[in-house]
Design a protein around this ligand. Sequence first.
Ligand code: NAD
Ligand code: TYD
Length: 358
Amino acid sequence: MRTYLVTGGAGFIGSNYIHYMFEKYGDTIRIINVDKLTYAGNLENLRSIEDRENYTFVKADICDTDVINEIFEENDIDRVVHFAAESHVDRSIKNPEVFVKTNVLGTLVMLNAAKAAWELEGGTFKEDKKFLHVSTDEVYGSLENEGEYFYETTPYNPHSPYSASKASADMLVKAYMDTYKFPANITNCSNNYGPYQFPEKLIPLIINNALQGKKLPVYGDGKNVRDWLYVEDHAKGIDMVQEKGKLFETYNIGGHNEKRNIEIIYIILDTLQEMLPDTDSRKKLISRDLITYVEDRKGHDRRYAIAPGKIKEEVGWEPDTMFTEGIKLTIKWFFEHEDWMRNVTSGEYKKYYEDMYK
Ligand code: NAD
Ligand code: TYD
């Protein structure tokens, strides 16, 4: 039975990945999920699988060398899928230190622990051991001209403390592959959306605010472009890269779906109107009048867009979910999980929101 060590599995993409993997592989794999449970990690995301015999949760910081080494010593880990990170650009602008600690130093701890467990005498590695480092397209910087795309060969040019920390982590993974022939892959994915996304990110924030008749903050002119991917498609892409991709390669994972932020907001408002029954009192709160242009994000990247050729040709992956369908699935999920939204938006997040949008 193959054993996976997933880091950050209580977060947005990590929890979707764990659900996807159990649905796909059932009892034929084992997953150990290591998560520190920061504000972004939530065990409610995993409630429906937490009693499985082939699932273990370990509350730990990936920067804790002893604990991470111990997990490798006590378990014969076959696959590492490394999601754990601080992931929000706005928070990185306010407080970069924790981004460097978790994203850079934490990745180094994971690399060293896997290397120590997997390396044989003579510097080769045990067979069929693989490390997948989950990264972002933001490491490539910002596209300013129509018709330009991010390729796997595009030079790194990160702008925010978040993307700089992810770029640094990617460079460490590349260095381990080049120096030690450490068996790894890197995936650089575009913006995700879907169930369990924390409402500090654009799409869940807009859904949550619109349903409460609260203002919808748009940074700058609202014309920044992101390439949105439904999270389950990302989970599938990660698994396909790990099993079908060439070792040591980087694969970009893109949404095939570039949209301006303001277009995203219009689509969400229209879809909410369409999906809410006439009897629901929230329906009359939802309107474009809620849109409020606010001060732009510092160093706001203009456009991200991924050239999707390599992963399609070498791995056979393409997204399955069109945005019009994915946004409906996402809104339906939020309708059905109002308690989840209430829980994550109370307490610490409330303070962050008031400070951020004051
Ligand atoms: P998230 O913020 O929702 O979840 C991060 C998880 O990591 C949380 O469960 C948190 O508790 C955990 N974590 C944070 N610091 C930790 C530490 N020191 N030790 C152990 N666990 C820790 O993030 P996400 O959106 O799910 O992103 C997951 C990964 O995917 C990140 O590496 C991110 O850079 C990358 N990524 C995200 C997107 C996106 O659109 N969200 C796109 C491309 C790549
Ligand atoms: P976000 O979801 O934070 O992802 P990222 O910055 O990693 O791309 O933001 C997506 C886009 O939406 C980005 O251009 C910033 C913009 N945005 C707003 O206009 N208003 C908001 O309240 C938020 C959170 C983001």
